[in-house]
Design a protein around this ligand. Sequence first.
Ligand SMILES: [Fe+2]
Length: 246
Amino acid sequence: MIDTAKLSPSLQRLLEGIENNNITDSNRLVSLMKALKLNADDFNAYTFFDHSITESYGRKKIYEGENFVIFLMSWAVGDFTAIHSHGNTDWGGVYFCDDINHRLYQVENNNIELKDSSIIPAGTIVAVNGSLVHAMGNLSNKPLKSLHIYGSNQKISNANDFSRVYELEKNQIRTTDGAAYININENKCKETEVGLYTTKDTILDYFSIILPFYKKNKLNDMADYIEAVMKNPDLYFSSNKINCLV
Ligand SMILES: [Fe+2]
């Protein structure tokens, strides 16, 4: 256990709130987080903007309880997650410290489709459960951050274990320990399932988000492929017609 006296005031209040209130669902967590009046600046000490360029955003674990875990995500300019679910999370919440770009997807079996594209404003607190499939990141010109809590109703601290990462550009789904990096390293993946069904609009939007990552990492074959598909989306489906969701 961390000595909570050394933590920032907002994090200290949050930990005491979660541990004293027997949280078992996201609504209770979100109500608690709203009542605590969290201060975004209290989390500045936990930022991780200078992460490796092979990891597509800064993901820092700042507290691990008996049945929950708290991360501070740091979004340098251009940082973004891959599309992902949240594994075994029974309850959770995200506090948006800044205005953050967000994409919401609908997933049924291996069908995935973009449902909403927005900027979630600073101060917003939203619920998260295991089946939420989204992507988020920074399409602005300044660094951003957000606070993420994932909880379990069992004694499991890494509640978002077994998250799924939807790699549209590789036509596959990865199962991970909760990390949702673009082009996630094999050593963070438990299993890989091949085959996705999606739409042109979903591909065009997502490929425009992930292209800068592949270019920055000089993964030129994939960057060239992504650019070719952005010019002619039929290319994505022409090699394997069955993955076009209509
Ligand atoms: Fe997420």
